[in-house]
Design a protein around this ligand. Structure first.
Ligand code: ADP
Ligand code: 2DT
Ligand code: MG
Length: 216
């Protein structure tokens, strides 16, 4: 007794446009999985608390400007700085729910239409990061999102940017495996139920998936 190896946790990513309901659903999923007896952590990107995160925060608030490629690499670095701790937590049995990840990273930067910042270029620094076991894309129309409140004051919170981001998410997710597209226009409860089903199915497949993989 006492020699069984710990069952690893899952890496669950929640993605989507502004006001798709990511943060609300991450919290609901955390509570649901905790009640089921899982050890759960909820993290978000950008993590604005680290030194790199503070630069990102200042950029998003519009207090500082940054060159497009440069800020892109800082967003990626903000994931790399916790990559090892994610791997360790998962190996030790924690399930991690992540509010935005590499997909937002690639898509928001590529949406700037900078001629030397393609979606392909933007994806490269993500290669080798922990790969989600499942990515839930909360899909919402511009009209439904607008009903949930106006745009905030941060960079990227405008109609032109959001519509390019929506198109690029679609392009990116056509090429990705392990993505589940969720209709996020339904009620909080209905969206939450659908997420619970997809996540439970993913947890059931963890043994078959094997160790945590890396993004390619
Ligand atoms: P995100 O993190 O994707 O920007 P939030 O979870 O912060 O989205 O939700 C944005 C706003 O929309 C909040 O006011 C939230 O209460 C509301 N909201 C979230 N999900 C729903 C839903 N399914 N139906 C109606 N309103 C929602
Ligand atoms: P929120 O903190 O409200 O989620 O907004 N973004 C995010 C990027 O441009 N690159 C990234 O790698 C990530 C994770 C999306 C954060 C804003 O930052 C954008 C919206
Ligand atoms: Mg949020």
């Amino acid at each position: 007794a006492g020699h069984e190896s710990t069952r690893r946790g899952a890496l669950i990513v929640v993605e989507g446009l502004d006001r798709a309901g990511k943060s609300s659903q991450c919290e609901k999923l955390r509570d649901y999985l905790s009640e089921q007896g899982h050890t759960v952590k909820y993290i978000r990107f950008p993590d604005r608390t680290t030194p790199i995160g503070k630069l990102i925060d200042s950029y998003l608030r519009g207090s500082t400007d940054q060159e497009d490629h440069s800020i892109h690499l800082l967003f990626s670095a903000n994931r790399w700085e916790v990559a090892k701790s994610i791997q360790e937590d998962i190996a030790n049995g924690s399930t991690i729910i992540v509010d935005r990840y590499s997909y937002s990273g690639a898509v928001y930067s590529a949406a700037k239409a900078n001629p030397t910042l393609s979606l392909e270029w933007a994806w490269q620094p993500e290669i080798g990061l922990p790969r989600p076991d499942i990515c839930l894309f909360l899909n919402i129309s511009a009209e439904e999102a607008a009903k949930r409140g106006g745009f905030g004051a941060e960079r990227y919170e405008n109609e032109a940017m959001q519509s390019r981001v929506r198109d690029l998410f679609r392009t990116l997710f056509e090429r990705q495996e392990d993505v589940s597209i969720i209709d996020a226009g339904k009620s909080l409860e209905d969206v939450s139920k659908e997420i619970q089903i997809v996540v439970s199915e993913c947890l059931g497949r963890l043994d078959a998936i094997g160790p945590l993989r890396t993004l390619g």
